[in-house]
Design a protein around this ligand. Structure first.
Ligand SMILES: Nc1nc2c(ncn2[C@@H]2O[C@H](COP(=O)(O)OP(=O)(O)OP(=O)(O)O)[C@@H](O)[C@H]2O)c(=O)[nH]1
Ligand SMILES: [Mg+2]
Length: 526
């Protein structure tokens, strides 16, 4: 049975993966086939279980007795007769586990010297067309589980629709492990037997059961019984019947499940769609608000640091845009859930995020069968409610690289204060000059620089230099602000893209992966 176990496992896997994505009944049937098959495989493949099935009064029990050479099975004119399945076992011992699994409690060991047959279980089933519901359920359950089926029909009812439509046609894939026995031929003339058998053969062939053998028997006279016995025995000796039946089961389940898995390739996620998603998330998360705040905060702090100290203190009065958003601070290393004070997304932005998420789900679901497409779209939406919190945390945790590139500010600041010192010194010197003049005291010796009194150069020059320096630095700060904005935008985008990838793309990819695995499994089961 090599290969069969792998097929069974693959079918089980395909059914498990398809749960909720394909038709529930198809999935349930496939799962049941896989479960039954793996149970059957767990029992010794040496045993072959053959069941006599058919309508009430067709002669199953009589044939059971004829084949076993016993009178174990009760036969009768009262309909229906058999209510409980009976097992006849050829072998050294009863395969208890196997019969327990089949839930067949009435067991008879056929005395050893009777024949050289071994490892055969023959079941006498109740009638499939019974007035008793329990009989039909028992038959339906065992028809699914046994290795081989002998359908016992009689000359009146061999073409009965109940048999053909409910059992034979649906089991056409199992034709190789089925025999149809026309019983009670002692009631017919040879000519009638010929006609009946021909008719039966044509019927079966038309129903796709060409591989099923037919035999004419009489439980009453024993005619044809050895022939039927030989066919059963051949199946037992071949030891392939159980495997054949399971293979047919799997093929049928695969044929049913495979169309539910579609034929198109697993779609690739388009970059364009992912980019649009990130764009909308950046907008909804207030990315541009942060970028603006970074620019303004840089200008403000730069102006304060590099401006002319006489005026730059005004910058201190303005609220810092970054700090207002609780951003750009060196936060405690262990802050488990950093939060910003960014305003929530506007309704328009929320709608755009929804649209982008839907677009991604739809693109990812292109060409997939309905149930799978729905699952992919659902996966895209699955973390939607978490997004605002995740995005905010991502932005709060983004390194805006605000501290870098400020060192020259300090140099300028020192320079500005030195110039202030010069101005103060110049003014002080001038004040002393005035005071001396006022007190009519001798003036200090005059010092001239570039033809101007040194004190004037110090005061006026210092002030002018400070203002010019501040002006030049303003340009530097502005350039820095623009660069910081670009950097911040890139960093925020990267953080937001990570959120998009873990919260939206990852569930979608997982679903697509599940789809791919289901397809691989069903292909393996086939
Ligand atoms: N003439 C004739 N009568 C038969 C033959 N086989 C069975 N019978 C009779 O048909 C009747 C029904 O036979 P059973 O073996 O009980 O039929 P069954 O298919 O087991 O019926 P249920 O247990 O009710 O499903 C009995 O009276 C048998 O004697 C046969 O080959 N020839
Ligand atoms: Mg019976």
């Amino acid at each position: 049975m090599t290969g069969l176990a792998e097929r069974v496992a693959a079918l089980g896997e395909a059914a498990r993966l398809s749960a909720g994505r394909a038709d529930d009944e198809v999935v349930a049937r496939a799962a049941k086939v896989a479960a039954n098959a793996s149970s059957r495989l767990a029992f010794s493949g040496d045993w072959t279980v053959v069941a006599l099935a058919g309508a009430t009064g067709s002669g199953k029990s009589s044939l059971f007795n004829a084949i076993t050479g016993t009178q174990y099975a009760q036969t009768g004119v009262r309909r229906p007769t058999t209510a409980q399945t009976m097992a006849a076992v050829w072998g050294s011992e009863v395969p208890t586990a196997l019969l327990d699994w089949l839930a067949v409690t009435r067991r008879q060991l056929i005395p050893a010297p009777k024949s050289d047959v071994t490892n055969l279980v023959l079941l006498d089933l109740p009638d499939h067309d019974s007035t008793a519901e329990a009989h039909r359920l028992q038959v339906d359950r065992l028809v699914e589980l046994v290795d081989m089926l002998v359908w016992v029909v009689d000359p009146q009812k061999y073409a009965d629709a109940a048999l053909h439509e409910s059992y034979l046609i649906p089991l056409a894939g199992h034709a190789a492990v089925m025999i149809v026995a026309l019983n009670q031929i002692d009631r017919l003339s040879d000519e009638e037997v010929q006609r009946c058998m021909g008719d039966l053969r044509r019927l079966l062939d038309a129903e796709g059961l060409a591989a099923s053998a037919t035999v004419a028997v009489s439980a009453e006279t024993g005619q044809g019984v050895p022939e039927l016995g030989r066919r059963i025995l051949a199946a037992v000796r071949e030891k392939q019947t159980a495997a054949k039946r399971l293979a047919a089961d799997i093929s049928r389940a695969v044929a049913e499940l495979e169309p539910q898995l579609g034929t198109s390739d697993v779609p690739e996620l388009e970059r364009k769609v992912g980019r649009r998603l990130t764009d909308s998330l950046v907008a909804a998360a207030g990315g541009e608000v942060v970028v603006d705040a970074v620019g303004r905060a840089w200008r403000l702090r730069g102006a304060y640091a590099t401006g002319w100290p006489m005026l730059s203190w005004i910058a201190k009065l303005r609220a810092d845009p970054l700090r207002r958003l609780r951003l750009g601070e060196k936060r405690a290393e262990l802050d488990p859930a950093p939060r910003t004070s960014l305003p929530g997304a506007a309704p328009v932005q929320t709608a755009q995020v929804d649209m982008a998420v839907r677009a991604l789900g739809e693109q990812a679901a292109t060409g997939l069968p309905r149930g799978w497409a729905d699952a992919v779209k659902e996966a895209a939406r699955s973390n939607r409610a978490l997004l605002p919190g995740r995005l905010d945390a991502a932005i709060a945790g983004t390194d805006l690289q605000f501290e870098r590139g400020q060192s020259w500010w300090t140099v300028v600041r020192v320079l500005q204060w030195l110039l202030i010192v010069a101005v103060v010194a110049g003014l002080g010197w001038l004040a002393v000059d005035f005071l001396l003049l006022y007190l009519q005291l001798p003036a200090l010796p005059g010092v001239t620089w570039w033809g101007f009194p040194a004190q004037t150069v110090l005061a006026v020059g210092g002030a002018l230099a400070g203002i010019v320096l501040a002006g030049v630095c303003r340009i530097g700060v502005e350039l820095g602000a623009r660069r910081k904005r670009v950097r911040a935008r890139t960093a925020i985008r990267r953080s937001v893209a990570t959120v998009a990838s873990t919260e939206i793309v990852a569930p979608v990819t997982a679903e697509l992966d599940r789809y791919q695995r289901a397809r691989d499994a069903i292909r393996k089961a086939r």
